[in-house]
Design a protein around this ligand. Structure first.
Ligand SMILES: C[S@@+](CC[C@H](N)C(=O)[O-])C[C@H]1O[C@@H](n2cnc3c(N)ncnc32)[C@H](O)[C@@H]1O
Ligand SMILES: [Zn+2]
Ligand SMILES: [Zn+2]
Length: 360
């Protein structure tokens, strides 16, 4: 089995190699709004092209933006392929069937009921990764259920949920608390008052914990993440189910507005975006997404602030620096190397060097 170190080695080769003689699959960034990409359960797909010894093959295709393993999302369509009405309808039905069983507002409603329950009735099904209300218990009686879920536990969902480790999609490597607290302190010392957490669920919860605890940090946080399980623990204004590879809000316009309001509050002052994408993720679509978030932030500016840039921390392997700088020439690598991940989740975490990049 490949170790995380092997995987990093492969990524290092991909990140630092020149394109000459390269073989693999590359994303094609289309700018033609007249031909919208077909949809998979994870929102608009991306167009890819196979590259053989540095040469692009002629036929391009659409595939999932979020899942790099066809086992996780098998969507495939040639660019020039015409689908019959029946196949399109079947695809739509499939996309619908893959959506979470509960709507965002149903999750909030359940959470509010859950926190009103006495401790002895607050249960969490580990098999289904779900908070249970008394009416649900029957269905889960043969599952692994833990009881007495405390408010403290509810405030640390990343500890209650098991991390989704599949490398090619979620790669949910969580920060060790020590590193995460360092980040929270850093953000607070830099004077930020709002943090847009894109794929950083543990940072989100620690910011909120500090805010509600004795030491008021006065920082608010909004989490955007593809892991729908988090919607059980947060109100609509602190979590959006989101795909960072295509800027897709699964809950539509209402969720997009939450993000917009968060970024534009105080005329965009005091906000930073912190992102830690899965480390096999493609830089190009991430850059396109981040530019859209930057544009959203800029919309809320007054004219005299138009030269300002949205501060961003992008946690990514150091060897992607040149790819990142291709899209964001003003980014620079910071010296915060050796951010530790929870050892239980990434065995050789100490050997992995990560770097924060921040826009100047
Ligand atoms: C490498 S982990 C970062 C976790 C971070 N170190 C923390 O402790 O808060 C990647 C995160 O991105 C999320 N993620 C993976 N694919 C995503 C996608 N397409 N869109 C949004 N979030 C995604 C995962 O669910 C996970 O939370
Ligand atoms: Zn998909
Ligand atoms: Zn269950």
């Amino acid at each position: 089995m490949a170790t995380s170190r092997d995987r990093l080695g492969t990524l290092e080769a991909e990140g630092s190699s020149g394109r000459q003689g390269y073989s693999g699959v590359e994303v094609v960034l289309s700018s033609d709004p007249a031909t919208p990409a077909p949809l998979c359960p994870h929102g608009p797909t991306l167009m890819f092209v196979k590259v053989n010894q540095g040469k692009e093959e002629t036929r391009r295709f659409y595939a999932c933006s979020a899942c790099r393993d066809r086992k996780d999302c098998s969507f495939f369509q040639w660019e020039d392929e015409k689908l019959s009405g029946a196949r399109l309808a079947a695809r739509e039905a499939h996309n619908r069937s893959c959506q979470p069983p509960l709507s965002r507002s149903q999750c909030v409603e359940r959470y509010l009921k859950f926190i009103e329950l006495p401790l002895s009735q607050r249960k969490f099904c580990q098999s289904c990764q779900q908070l249970l209300l008394p009416d649900d218990e029957e269905k889960h009686h043969e599952h692994q259920v833990v009881g007495d879920v405390s408010i403290t536990q509810l405030k640390r969902p990343s500890k209650l949920l098991y991390p989704l480790e599949n490398k090619k999609t979620n790669a949910q490597y969580l920060f060790a608390d020590r590193s995460c607290l360092f980040l929270v302190d850093l953000l607070s010392n830099l004077g930020f008052r709002r943090v847009l957490c894109v794929g950083t669920p543990r940072l989100h919860e620690l910011i909120r914990l500090k805010e509600s605890g004795g030491t008021k940090s006065n920082i608010r946080s909004l989490l955007l993440d593809i892991d729908f399980r988090y919607s059980q623990f947060y109100m609509e204004d602190s979590f959006c189910h989101y795909n960072m590879f295509n800027h897709h809000f699964f809950d539509g316009k209402a969720a997009l507005e939450v993000c917009k309001t968060f970024l534009q509050e105080d005329k965009g002052e005091g906000v930073i975006m912190v992102t830690d994408p899965p480390f096999g993720g493609l830089v190009e679509p991430l850059a396109v997404t981040f530019k859209k978030l930057i544009a959203m932030w800029k919309e809320g500016h007054s004219q005299d602030n138009s030269q300002k840039e949205l501060p961003i921390f992008w946690i990514f392997p150091y060897f992607f620096e040149s790819r990142i700088c291709q899209f964001f020439p003003s980014f620079c690598m910071l010296d915060y190397q050796g951010i530790q991940f929870s050892v239980a989740y990434l065995k050789d975490a100490s050997t992995v060097i990560w770097t924060l990049a921040m826009q100047r």
